[in-house]
Structure formats: structure tokens, C-alpha cells
Design a protein around this ligand. Structure first.
Ligand SMILES: [Zn+2]
Length: 475
């Protein structure tokens, strides 16, 4: 007896799109069967997915939940946590996200994870994992602790090559320490997840623009610029290559220069993967000039239309592998509290409309296959981050994380219809499909607008990066 059967949908499987039935026992997919071969009586609960798309639950490999940001007046802004954002994610068809555990001075990597667990355990309706975030000037013992963390199932290390803002310190890791970290990652089977910007160029541009009195956020693309992405990507990729090919995942690629650097590294068969954000694909620096233009911003910055074109090409030719959000969910008031190049709030509120917006832009507008769309919003993240085939696949033995899209749904994204916060940068964006059912490990979390999840439903996901991902330019 199956617990659940999803019948008659067009199912996006690892082998392609097939009209079939998906049978679930407990938390996992038990069987994929040709439509009509399994009797409806064989399941306790049946969902009719006729004329719908059945895909693996979305995976967002880059979110910041319950994250502290210092506002221009010096007071902290704590962004929405996993309970609120996870609920919104599930309404939007996303079942798994990866956040960050902050590895600070005086604590071990595993203690950093325990501390971060306080924000998530019993509070997340989605499954989740963390990238461990390295800080400036780590003590010499860090290499040993990193090896231990990788072996314990925490194999991804976040590294910043910049402090991002002039007022900030503690993020940027110098190249000697990165070199050490890369050696450990390569040896122990880890993956570096990198925020690369050229700190010299960025800080130089802050000083220059402040001197010239051009401090409005509409100038952010001049500060966090294309040259910075070019220099920093090439420098970090060269460092990884010198270590013998440390696997790297380049976060929030925003410029054509970044895409070109990744393509060049992959041309040498290096294990390098690219992520962009949906706002980098769909908004440019011109959008900073719109009312409340800060809502389109996250660091590094929006760029030009040529950069957008390069990012799109990257999604079509396997240079960009994942579309993430860099989620940082706050109210409109907090999102626009900063208005200068050096105090504008980063991050994006986009976890809920991500699947719908990307369906519109990829499948409806650009003719991408459903398989490529699913790779970009789910499967590739699972493969790169060490979650596949448990996550990101509709296949026997995979977790039953399933999203059912209605491809006849038409309308516009409206903040009032979402469950995230009081604004959305996607206000008015066309809808050509929208999730109607979201299932996490066999439990129906959202169905036809009703929410059945609880903050206790999510589970931490220990991970191991697959060998093919580490050894060469896979995917
Ligand atoms: Zn981020």
C-alpha cells in the first residue's frame, strides 16, 4: 500500500519529462510507473495531477534567514527567520534551502553549527543545511577543524574576498588563509562557496564616489563593478587551480566578466560552478532609478543589459548552474532605510516567486526545456551541494519532495498574494505557471492555497560532495 500517489502529471524525471504516476511510501518515492498501471486503490491518498507539471521541490542554495544587518542608525535589523521564510518558500514550491553558520573567533566550526541550530531546529518547515562562513584572520587551528567539519557532513565553506562595505570588517579573508583553506577543501572533499569581489577596486570606488558627492545607491554598479568581478574571479580561480583544482561554486555572479572567467576555468576542466540570482537576470542598474529602487539591489550590484545577456547565455550553456535568491527577508521600510552606496540593505525577498518567475522567463519566454528549468532551480543545486539524488530528483528512493505546477495559471505577482513580507521586487511580473501543491518528504505542506506545514517539519541535511563534482567541470 502506498501512502500517496500523484497521478497523470507530466513528471520531470532525471531521464526527461514523462507522463507517469509517482507513488510515495513514508518519506520517500517508492515507484515511478507508467500512467494507469498502478490502481488508485493502491494508495491511501491520491492527487490528480492531470495537465500539471510534477517536479522535484525547489532548492535555494543561498539564503540568509534570521540574519543580522546593521541599519544606518546603528541599530540591528534581524531579518525574517526560517519559520516565516520557510512557509513562503513552500507556498512557492521550494522545499530545501542552504543558509550559513558563522564561524567566529574562539569557537570551533562545529560549535558555530550548534549555535546556528538555535535559529533553525524546530523553527524550519523546510529542510535545510548550512555553508560554514569563514571570518578574517582565522587562527592556525582552523585547517584541522575544517577537515573535521567536512568529514562530519558540513562540506561547504563560504569565503569573502571583500568586506563589501567600508564600514564593515571581519568578512574578508586574505589570500594566504584562502590558500590554506583551499588545500584542506581539495584534500578532504569540500567545496568553496565564494563571494568574490576585488576589495581594492571596491574600496577605491567608495572613496572616489564619496569624494565626488555621488553617494546615492543608483551608483552602486560603479562601485561593485564589472572590473572587480573580472579581477577577483580570475584571482580566486587561479588560486584554486594552483592547489590542484579545489572545487568552487561562485555565488551571485552578476557580470559578463564573471561568466567569462567561469567559462575559461571550466574550459580547462576545472571543477567550477556558477550561481546567479533572479534579479541579476531580470533587472539592471537602470532599475535603481525606479521608485524604491533599493528593492532590486543586492551585493555586489545590478549591472548592465549586456551583463544580463551574458548571464542568460551562461544559464543556456552550462556556465551558470543555479538560480538562487540571496534571500534576506525584511519589510519594505527596512529594505529602503539605507539610500547611499555605503548603507543600502543587501539581499532580496524572492524565495516564494522564484519558481514561478523563472518558469515565466525560462520556459514561457525563452523556450527552455522543463528539464533545464528544473536543473537551474533544483537539481543542479542538489548535485553541486552534495544532496543528490536524495534531493532534486523524482526517482525511486529519493526524498518525496515534490512540487506540482499549474501551467494554465495566468496573472501577475502581487506582494499581497505572497506570504513573504509586505513588498516584492517582482510586483506585476507575469505568471505563466504557479505551484499548487508542495510536498516535503511525503507530507503535503501546501495544497490549493492551504498550508499544512509546521515549524517542526524541516530537517537538517548532512552532505557529502560527489566525486564527479569535485574532479572536473561536471554538469
Ligand atoms: Zn548572500
Amino acid at each position: 500500500m502506498f501512502d500517496l500517489m500523484i497521478r497523470g502529471g507530466d513528471v520531470v524525471t532525471p531521464e526527461g519529462v514523462v507522463r507517469c504516476d509517482v507513488a510515495v511510501v513514508g518519506e520517500t518515492i517508492a515507484e515511478i510507473a507508467t500512467s494507469g498501471t498502478l490502481s488508485a486503490d493502491a494508495a491511501k491518498h491520491v492527487i490528480d495531477a492531470t495537465a500539471h507539471i510534477v517536479m522535484p521541490g525547489g532548492i535555494d542554495p543561498h539564503v540568509h534567514l534570521h540574519h543580522v544587518w546593521i541599519k544606518p542608525d546603528g541599530t540591528p535589523l534581524v531579518t525574517a527567520g526560517p519559520e516565516q521564510v520557510g512557509r513562503a518558500a513552500l507556498f512557492g514550491g521550494t522545499t530545501t534551502f542552504i543558509d550559513f553558520a558563522y564561524w567566529r573567533d574562539g569557537v570551533s566550526a562545529l560549535e558555530a553549527i550548534e549555535t546556528r541550530d538555535k535559529d533553525f531546529v524546530g523553527k524550519s518547515p523546510c529542510d535545510w543545511a548550512y555553508h560554514i562562513m569563514l571570518h578574517s584572520e582565522p587562527p592556525p587551528e582552523f585547517a584541522g577543524e575544517l577537515a573535521e567539519a567536512i568529514q562530519a557532513g558540513y562540506p561547504t565553506l563560504k569565503i569573502f574576498t571583500t568586506n563589501i562595505l567600508p564600514s564593515r570588517s571581519g568578512r574578508m579573508v586574505d589570500f594566504g588563509d584562502i590558500w590554506e583553506a583551499f588545500q584542506v577543501l581539495a584534500k578532504e572533499g569540500g567545496l568553496g562557496v565564494i563571494h568574490a569581489e576585488d576589495n581594492d577596486i571596491v574600496m577605491h570606488m567608495y572613496a572616489k564616489l564619496i569624494r565626488e558627492g555621488r553617494v546615492g545607491y543608483e551608483h552602486l554598479a560603479e562601485v561593485h563593478n564589472r572590473l572587480s568581478e573580472d579581477l577577483s574571479f580570475r584571482r580566486i580561480l587561479r588560486l584554486a587551480e594552483s592547489v590542484g583544482g579545489t572545487a568552487l561554486y561562485m555565488m551571485h555572479v552578476s557580470a559578463g566578466t564573471g561568466v567569462a572567467a567561469i567559462a575559461e576555468a571550466r574550459g580547462k576542466a576545472l571543477p567550477v560552478y556558477g550561481e546567479t540570482l533572479h534579479q541579476y537576470l531580470l533587472y539592471s542598474a537602470n532599475d535603481y532609478k525606479r521608485p524604491n529602487g533599493q528593492i532590486y539591489h543586492t551585493y555586489p550590484s545590478l549591472k548592465t543589459q549586456d551583463d544580463q545577456k551574458a548571464l542568460w547565455q551562461g544559464t543556456a550553456n552550462d556556465t551558470i548552474h543555479c538560480i538562487a535568491t540571496d534571500e534576506l527577508c525584511c519589510t519594505l521600510k527596512d529594505k529602503i532605510v539605507g539610500s547611499r552606496i555605503d548603507d543600502t540593505t543587501g539581499g532580496n525577498s524572492g524565495v516564494e516567486p522564484r519558481l514561478g518567475v523563472m518558469y515565466t522567463e525560462m520556459v514561457a519566454r525563452r523556450g527552455y526545456s522543463l528539464s533545464r528549468y528544473v536543473d537551474l532551480v533544483s537539481s543542479n543545486a542538489a548535485k553541486i551541494m552534495g544532496l543528490y539524488p536524495r534531493k532534486g530528483a523524482i526517482a525511486a528512493k529519493s526524498d518525496a519532495d515534490i512540487t506540482i505546477l499549474d501551467p494554465t495559471r495566468r496573472g501577475k505577482v502581487r506582494a499581497a498574494d505572497l506570504h513573504e513580507t509586505d513588498y516584492t521586487p517582482w510586483e506585476g511580473h507575469d505568471i505563466f505557471a504557479w505551484p499548487v501543491v508542495t510536498i516535503l518528504r511525503g507530507k503535503v505542506m501546501v495544497q490549493n492555497g492551504q498550508y499544512f506545514g509546521t515549524p517542526k517539519d524541516g530537517r537538517y541535511l548532512k552532505r557529502k560532495i560527489a566525486q564527479n563534482i569535485r574532479e572536473g567541470a561536471a554538469l
